[in-house]
Design a protein around this ligand. Structure first.
Ligand code: NAD
Length: 263
């Protein structure tokens, strides 16, 4: 299947490693020119170099913190100055911190809202006018399995990501007449650097090994393993692409069957 991404322009945020980097890599592999951002210039430039080397694609790296509206504005403007259009927007950010209700304060909720919800809101405000002028575009929000099945010790993610799903579903309706599709992808356990760190932390606390901690988690996953980032990235690339031309407003789980509900 041809995803018809050759010559398209994509913007993928929070892409110096992990899921964001894998998505940028996949889109570049499919022939898109890709703008990426992360907060730390050195890590970002290193990611851009890795993607360019692996794909021979064209990468624009812009240091930006997606929780800051002025950074989002500058990121989108820099991409438009370079390529004059944006066909694909993939919203991604670091995860909000773990914790239970009693461990957290209202300020933690406000910070999580800025990072997880308002980053996507500001990105959409910055990109949608251009997509409306183009009368085409595709937005994919990276959320989490937690929007289907709340996860223990992650009340911020469980709560704030649901607002992102509300945004996606509503925008898919409002922007369909402009030829813009809006979808979400919900990763389950995916072995990124963040998850490796998490497993190491759990192991240090429990006295088990990181692989024993991973085995405890994968026992609840029907496919019997965690995903690799490329598996999430392929789903994002498909939904982002013209190959998914009749799909809008969906939240696609990429979780190895971990979510047990029927719908
Ligand atoms: P990661 O920590 O490996 O990578 C996060 C990336 O985001 C890094 O490039 C980091 O530099 C960048 N970043 C963080 N905060 C940023 C900010 N404010 N502005 C710009 N860039 C920023 O994480 P990951 O595993 O790739 O996860 C990506 C997202 O997906 C997170 O929100 C995470 O909670 C969510 N998620 C991950 C998994 C998983 O199993 N990996 C599962 C469900 C949801």
């Amino acid at each position: 299947m041809n995803l018809e991404l050759t010559g398209k322009v994509a913007l993928v945020t929070a892409a110096s490693r992990g899921l964001g980097q894998a998505v940028a890599m996949q889109l570049a592999q499919e022939g898109a020119a890709v703008a990426i951002c992360a907060r730390h210039p050195a890590d970002l430039q290193a990611a851009a170099a890795r993607i360019e080397q692996a794909t021979k694609g064209t990468i624009l790296a812009v240091a930006a913190d997606v929780s800051l509206p002025q950074d989002v504005e500058r990121l989108v403007q820099t991409t438009l100055d370079r390529w004059g259009r944006i066909d694909v927007l993939v919203t991604n950010a670091g995860g909000p911190p773990p914790g239970r209700f009693v461990d957290l304060q209202p300020e933690d909720w406000e910070a999580a809202t800025q990072l997880t919800l308002m980053s996507a809101v500001h990105l959409c405000y910055a990109v949608v006018p251009t997509m409306r002028e183009q009368h085409s575009g595709s937005i994919v929000a990276i959320t989490s399995i937690s929007v289907k099945q709340p996860l223990p010790n992650l009340i911020l993610s469980n709560s704030v990501r649901l607002a992102v799903v509300g945004l996606v579903k509503t925008l898919s309706d409002e922007l369909a007449p402009d030829g813009i599709r809006v979808n979400a992808v919900c990763p389950g356990w995916t072995r990124t650097e963040r998850v490796e760190q998490l497993l190491a932390d759990r192991a240090a606390r429990s006295g088990a090994t990181a692989e024993e901690e991973a085995a405890g988690i994968t026992a609840a996953i029907p496919l019997g393993r965690m995903a690799i980032p490329e598996e999430l990235a392929r789903a994002v690339a498909f939904l982002a692409s013209p190959a998914a031309s009749y799909i809008t407003g969906v939240s696609l789980l990429v979780d190895g069957g971990m979510y047990r509900g029927a719908m």
